[in-house]
Design a protein around this ligand. Structure first.
Ligand code: SF4
Length: 245
């Protein structure tokens, strides 16, 4: 994982699959436009309401506030904080299970708020569709989850993508990135002794090569620069820079 702060919104993604964060960044959020399902888009509308401060006009309700934790190196936003009751709320489109990622996201917001001087007495998740509320224990009342949260933050900070392999194929089946297996012979058809990529695999290979270009961008830049200089100086083709890995 790159140096620096961890976005609170990425904690859940990291637990699902660390590589998904990488592709999300790589595609500059275009994946949200191209691949998000209707449900996910509706879910983001729930947050839009909060982001535009339409949730409540009460002076005691803070919505969509930027928060920061120096201790954990976290940055992000809270959804709703009630100053009167000290309750921190995260609203989601539809909740049918409380995933660890949901809890850790709230913990992250909680620690950031505490560091910023707010008093947080309760934390909860609201499922927008069925208007159900799930109360979550504060971190110090659930030491097992507090430790899991700390481990997750540590894992994010020390993550090395080149050493990681997703072993849960089921996750990949439900993932928009489809990056597992990398280059595979069955993705191609053979014509006149040439391997031709099947058109339905285009997206997968755009991702694979985008990843490689991104990893080697400095080498590619240096190669183009040297190649261009050779051309400008009128060198013999045998003296041109070669791109070798
Ligand atoms: S396709 Fe699999 S490995 Fe790739 S980001 Fe999705 S879950 Fe992770």
């Amino acid at each position: 994982m790159e140096e620096g702060l961890i976005r609170i919104s990425e904690i859940n993604d990291f637990i699902f699959c660390p590589i998904s964060i990488y592709f999300h960044k790589l595609m500059g959020n275009l994946d949200t436009i191209y691949y998000h399902t209707e449900k996910q888009i509706q879910g983001s509308h729930v947050h839009e309401i909060i982001d535009h401060n339409k949730y409540s006009t009460s002076k005691n309700i803070i919505t969509s506030m930027d928060v920061y934790s120096d201790e954990y190196g976290l940055v992000g936003k809270i959804d709703i904080y009630n100053m009167e009751t000290g309750e921190l709320i995260e609203r989601k489109k539809h909740v049918n299970k409380i995933y660890d990622g949901y809890i850790f996201q709230l913990y992250a917001q909680y620690f950031a708020l505490i560091e910023m001087g707010y008093e947080v007495k309760k934390i909860s998740i609201i499922s927008h569709d069925d208007n159900k509320k799930y109360n979550i224990n504060l971190p110090h009342k659930n030491l097992e989850y507090l430790q899991k949260f700390k481990d997750t933050i540590f894992n994010i900070k020390t993550f090395k993508m080149d050493l990681y392999k997703q072993t849960n194929v089921e996750k990949c089946k439900n993932c928009i990135y489809e990056c597992i297996n990398q280059i595979s012979e069955k993705d191609f058809k053979v014509m006149n002794k040439k391997y031709i990529l099947k058109w339905e695999n285009n997206k997968k290979y755009v991702q694979i090569f985008s990843q490689a270009i991104n990893e080697y961008n400095e080498d590619i830049f240096m190669f183009i620069q040297k190649f261009y200089r050779s051309y400008v100086k009128g060198k013999d083709i045998s003296q041109y820079e070669k791109f070798i890995f």
